[in-house]
Ligand binder design. Structure first.
Ligand code: COA
Length: 223
């Protein structure tokens, strides 16, 4: 296994992935399939998903090491309201087409906790900003502390909680790319990640999830 210092200059190795990389993406997804099992925290995709979305404008970024794809993330740019998390967030009509939506991210188990996922999300945020998108959004399972941390570190806040993809619990994370210093209120409460009803109610009342606490078992909600 490589050490972190060996992959420090990851900015040089991040590549845009195309249809020819689909086999590598599917292999990488298979590497997490056994650890995920029946868990609902990540949904492994079929080849047809990538064959359809890549030619239609979605952008996949990946990190290759020793000729193997070890990390990838996919962002789509939905045109209408269907499958657009902007709809869940209640974005107005004139902003619904300005959403960059992170759909997937996987890091091979041997390359975890080296900052690869964080790096890819950072690259996606910068890319979306340069393409004049206003909103960066993603869903994350409440049972996936690593992904919640990545989103929060990227200054995406949990703004909604919903059951998506046929009933799976998901936070909807959002960052306004045109409002880099959005204020976070000082009225704060801690809610267990497993208390879906309370989390949902508090977010609907205008709080935002800003931090993991109690060893990653609770989320701090601010207003
Ligand atoms: C989620 C995943 C992509 C994270 O990749 P990664 O490259 O290891 O993440 P990073 O190294 O960028 O870590 C980001 C943060 O999460 C933390 N983290 C990583 N793994 C963690 C874990 N298992 N539990 C708690 N925190 C964790 C890191 O410490 C870091 O936080 P910090 O910067 O505040 O210290 C990876 O675990 C994975 O592929 N999981 C299976 C597929 C999946 O769940 N994809 C995401 C679906 S939205």
């Amino acid at each position: 296994m490589k050490k972190l210092d060996e992959v420090k200059s990851m900015s040089g190795v991040v590549k845009r992935l195309f249809s020819r990389d689909i086999d590598a993406i599917l292999n990488l997804e298979r590497s997490v399939q056994s650890e995920i099992g029946d868990s609902e925290s990540y949904v492994v995709s079929q080849r047809s998903y990538f064959s359809m979305c890549l030619p239609m404008g979605a952008i996949a970024l990946g990190i290759y090491c020793d000729d193997a794809l070890v990390a990838f993330a996919l962002v789509s740019f939905p045109l209408g309201r269907g499958d657009n998390l902007g709809d869940d967030l209640g974005l107005p009509d004139d902003e619904i087409g300005r959403v960059a939506q992170i759909e997937k991210a996987v890091v091979h188990p041997n390359w975890r906790r080296m900052g690869m996922h964080s790096h890819l999300v950072d690259r996606i945020a910068k890319m979306a900003e340069s393409m004049n998108y206003k909103h960066l959004v993603a869903t994350v399972s409440p049972n996936n502390p690593a992904s919640i941390k990545v989103a929060l570190n990227a200054r995406m806040w949990a703004e909604k909680f919903a059951f998506k993809y046929g009933g799976m619990p998901r936070f909807i994370f959002h960052r306004d790319l045109l409002c880099p210093s959005c204020e976070i209120g000082s009225d704060r409460i801690e809610v267990p990640l497993g208390d879906y009803q309370r989390v949902r109610d508090e977010l609907d009342l205008g709080r935002r999830g800003i931090e993991l606490c109690s060893a990653g078992t609770s989320i701090l909600l601010a207003r």
